[in-house]
Ligand binder design. Structure first.
Ligand SMILES: C[S@@+](CC[C@H](N)C(=O)[O-])C[C@H]1O[C@@H](n2cnc3c(N)ncnc32)[C@H](O)[C@@H]1O
Length: 227
């Protein structure tokens, strides 16, 4: 079943609970925020594709109160929540479907940084590649892109390794009462399209990015890519 970002209850629950409680998401976003806040040049723009309710912007603004963002998302509900969080002079929002990135038009500006946070697993491989190209084409020279997401893993063939990782190293709040087998079956009914880490690194490098994975736990990771 697809996550329904046009459903008020689903979007509100995610915004108020899942997003703010998952320790793995928080650790990845802590690194994203650190890289952005160490390197952002005031006056330039940060592009967030799949910006949702503005939670990541809020976290970055705590470190960089003058940062400016352009955020794109397909959900009116999530965009409305982002507007409650962040003022319009700091976050320009655009409603657009990332599966149709060819028709996305963003305000002319110097985009020093781009990121996508837990959004691209919802779009096809072909669309991801187009999103990467869009980002590459719109970033200024030496600009960088951070991809934080859930990736496709080979849970079947590598099951015994992942099971031990799940059992012994993952944060209890992430696992809840689930076993690794429960988790994989829960993920398998999600109608989404995570791709492997290797494929996404290769696609970014083919465009000309220098790219690597800076943090990985189970199926969640952060890729850093510089133009
Ligand atoms: C898990 S939320 C993440 C929101 C935000 N990036 C964050 O990390 O807090 C996923 C977001 O991706 C958006 N999204 C999913 N598919 C999309 C698409 N095809 N085009 C644009 N936005 C999409 C959803 O509306 C939702 O806001």
């Amino acid at each position: 079943m697809k996550d329904n970002w046009d459903d008020q209850q689903f979007a509100t629950d995610w915004d108020e609970t899942s997003a703010v409680k998952n320790p793995n998401r928080l650790a990845l976003l802590e690194l994203l925020t650190a890289i952005v806040s160490d390197n952002y040049v005031e006056g330039k723009y940060i592009l967030d594709l799949g910006c949702g309710s503005g939670l990541v912007e809020q976290q970055i603004l705590e470190k960089l109160p003058n940062a400016k963002f352009v955020g794109v998302d397909a959900s009116d509900i999530m965009l409305a929540k982002s507007k409650e969080r962040i003022s319009e002079d700091q976050l320009i929002t655009i409603k657009h479907n990332l599966e149709q990135i060819d028709t996305l038009s963003i305000p002319p500006a110097e985009y020093q940084i781009a990121f996508t946070s837990f959004a691209l697993h919802e779009i096809s491989s072909e669309s991801k590649r187009k999103v990467f190209k869009f980002i590459y084409d719109n970033l200024s020279p030496n600009g960088f892109y951070i991809l934080v997401d859930r990736f496709k893993i080979d849970a079947q063939n590598l099951n015994i390794g992942y099971s031990s990782q799940w059992k012994h190293t993952l944060h209890p709040e992430w696992k809840g009462n689930l076993s690794f087998a429960d988790y994989t079956s829960k993920m398998s009914v999600k109608d989404d399209s995570p791709d492997t880490l290797e494929d996404q690194l290769a696609w970014l490098r083919q465009l000309g990015f220098k790219a690597d994975c800076l943090q990985l736990q189970l199926d969640r990771a952060l890729i850093f890519a510089i133009k």
